[in-house]
Design a protein around this ligand. Structure first.
Ligand SMILES: Cc1cc2nc3c(=O)[nH]c(=O)nc-3n(C[C@H](O)[C@H](O)[C@H](O)COP(=O)(O)OP(=O)(O)OC[C@H]3O[C@@H](n4cnc5c(N)ncnc54)[C@H](O)[C@@H]3O)c2cc1C
Length: 401
């Protein structure tokens, strides 16, 4: 039996995340949209509070709570993934770029939580980690990674360039995807934790962007950068029978998280638009067919239906991760639906609000700019659809490209 209510034990976290979003994020949202690349110092205090929530074992509102627990084999559990997703929805209702700027809540933290061993988890506890996969010649096709990692004594030597790394300048460390042996294909791609200040690791520049301007997006260069061999996450074995499995596991946890971010932004836009419609005297009636209502009300109902579908898919994919059920299909479905919906919803809300929607007086125009990235990073719309198609048709990545 599927229970669609939010579990009681997650309610406190949801309330706290909502409060933080309303009282910390929203008031500074526009300020840091304008002050691109300046660090929102207001986040330090909040980050400390979140650390407390994460260490309480309840899961957090950022990425750090994402880990399958060992005891998740029995019964139905609403664990770290679900809590993290619910928290992220609230925080991104406040401001998605500020959540992406929260210390110690990077996508690299989700990678560490997903694939690190217990010793690494302890060693990297409290580290803020960005995630560096994309390269100048490799985005969607992560199997084409050219950054290399060569074992030399007790260290790996990293060489290569990474682009569009979220929190790449501010984070304490970066989880870098590199290949141990290009000739062995996907199975040889591993992830390595590289800490700031390691010789040979350089932040080259920051990007100016359409949206999520409060979040720093960096180009990174690694030149003969040596890291201890214990910084390889997961196993160093190149198991060609398992292919990409190791590093790709990260996406099963991070895609629901990005879908949750999209849901938070979409809800913000819907709430604001609902308020504006009410002020304009447009009533949205849930008991009458949409085609008998005001055109704006009918449009609003359609947007809410998309929102609801994305929300439910996201909760399902997170719940499956908590219950150790393979969730790659659902994670991609959730990401595809939520990514597309947030772009549609925020743009349509700008339109429904008329000229006011286009001005900086409200946050609607900002949300429509912030939305697009949620349909791009951690796998674009097209890539999610490709993954869904492969899973449903039982095709391999070589058979369906
Ligand atoms: C603001 C921002 C932040 C980012 N943060 C990070 C980060 O923290 N870490 C990181 O590693 N990367 C990050 N990225 C990079 C992001 O993950 C990539 O942009 C994304 O994976 C797409 O890769 P690409 O830009 O090279 O596009 P390409 O792969 O070149 O794709 C271009 C277009 O072609 C489509 N396409 C590609 N292949 C197919 C196919 N087989 N079938 C159909 N359509 C296809 C894509 O969907 C896309 O629309 C970020 C990007 C941005 C803009």
């Amino acid at each position: 039996m599927i229970n669609l209510e939010i579990p009681k034990k997650a309610q406190t976290l949801v309330n706290q995340a909502y409060q933080a979003a309303a009282e910390v994020f929203r008031p500074i949202s526009r300020k840091y949209d304008r002050a691109e690349h300046s660090y929102p110092a207001e986040l330090d205090m909040l980050a400390a509070l979140l650390d407390g929530l994460n260490s309480s074992g309840e899961g957090g509102a950022g990425a750090a709570g994402v880990r399958c627990r060992e005891d998740n084999t029995k019964g139905n559990r609403n664990g770290g993934n679900l809590s993290t997703v619910l928290g992220a929805i609230e925080m991104c209702w406040g401001d998605v770029a500020l959540l992406l700027s929260m210390p110690r809540q990077g996508l690299g933290n989700a990678a560490i939580a997903s694939v690190a061993n217990d010793e690494q988890l302890q060693r990297f506890a409290g580290v803020w980690a960005a995630m560096a996969i994309t390269e100048p010649g490799c985005g969607s096709d992560s199997a084409a990674i050219t950054a290399t990692a060569t074992l030399d004594g007790d260290e790996y030597v990293l060489n290569g360039e990474k682009i569009f790394v979220t929190a790449g300048q501010r984070a304490d460390a970066v989880v870098v995807w590199a290949t141990l042996d290009k000739s062995k294909g996907r199975a040889a791609i591993k992830s390595f934790v590289v800490e700031k200040g390691t010789p040979g690791f350089e932040v080259v520049r920051l990007e100016h962007k359409l949206g999520i301007r409060a979040s720093d997006t960096a180009v990174l260069r690694f030149e003969n950068c040596r890291v201890p061999k214990e910084n390889l996450l997961g196993t160093p074995e190149i198991d060609t029978s398992k292919g990409f499995a190791g590093v790709m596991q990260t996406f099963d946890n991070t895609r629901p998280l990005v879908a949750a971010m999209a849901i938070g932004v979409a809800r913000a836009a819907l709430e604001e638009t609902g308020r504006l419609l009410a002020e304009a005297g447009v009533t949205v009636d849930y008991d009458r067919p949409a085609n008998t209502q005001h055109a704006a009300a009918a449009a609003f109902l359609q947007l809410e239906a998309d929102y609801e579908a994305a929300y439910l898919l996201t909760l399902e994919s997170a719940w499956m991760a908590d219950n150790r059920k393979p969730n790659s299909l659902q994670a991609s479905m959730a990401k595809a639906k939520a990514g597309r919906s947030v772009v549609d919803i925020t743009l349509r809300c700008v339109e429904l609000a008329g000229t006011l929607g286009y001005t900086e007086e409200l946050l609607l125009e900002k949300w429509s700019r912030d939305a697009k990235i949620l349909d791009i990073f951690e796998g674009t719309q097209q890539i999610q659809q490709l993954i869904v198609a492969r899973r449903l048709l039982g095709k391999t990545s070589a058979e369906l490209k």
